[in-house]
Design a protein around this ligand. Structure first.
Ligand code: S3P
Length: 176
């Protein structure tokens, strides 16, 4: 596949478990861009894990760390930025990052999200899905967020291999 000639960032958003990190890694390899995963960035800069931040400081502190991250990355180029599931639903973060590149929102059904999140043994733990009924939490959070995710170009990942999703995004980058 032809490599696009541009230095804009590629920013991936979407619900937890839609494949942002996996697809981001593949895109970064193909484009020869650096991959930044905002959750990993926050863990590295704060010196705490995401579950620790939620447990000891609270969600609002985590959301502020996300805003700090958006500031840090707003002047960057040639990055694939894999954002946490709510990161780009904060208008301040959109205002900071949108001028730096192209945004794509990955989507999947609640069943597929649940399967991927449960199978994601090596991934960063997700405090918002902890508890007896993660499926109900996924459905409730998706419903709350759906209309906001829809402001971005959608990439359906249902039943697709990460390589196919990467190629869909590359095609869009090449064509517009
Ligand atoms: C969150 C998603 C997580 C992480 C945090 C909160 C959310 O990122 O930022 O647990 O509110 O949707 P992933 O989407 O990478 O799991």
């Amino acid at each position: 596949m032809m490599q696009p000639k541009f230095s804009d960032n590629v920013i991936l958003t979407g619900f937890m478990g839609t494949g942002k990190t996996t697809v981001g890694r593949l895109l970064a390899e193909t484009l020869e861009f650096e991959l930044i995963d905002t959750d990993v960035y926050i863990e590295e800069t704060s010196g705490k894990t995401i579950p620790e931040i939620f447990a000891s400081d609270g969600e609002e502190v985590f959301r502020q760390l996300e805003r700090d991250t958006a500031h840090d990355l707003s002047q960057s180029q040639k990055k694939v930025i894999s954002t946490g599931g709510r990161f780009m639903l904060d208008p301040e973060n959109v205002a900071l990052l949108q001028p730096s590149g192209r945004i794509f929102c990955l989507t999947a059904s609640p069943e597929e999200i649940l399967r991927r999140v449960l199978g994601d043994a090596d991934g960063i733990e997700r405090p918002l899905l902890k508890g007896a009924d993660p499926r109900a939490k996924i459905i409730a959070l998706l419903e709350e967020r759906q209309s906001k995710y829809e402001q971005f170009p959608q990439v359906d990942t249902e039943g697709q291999a990460p390589e196919e999703i990467r190629d869909q995004i590359l095609k869009q980058l090449n064509s517009t």
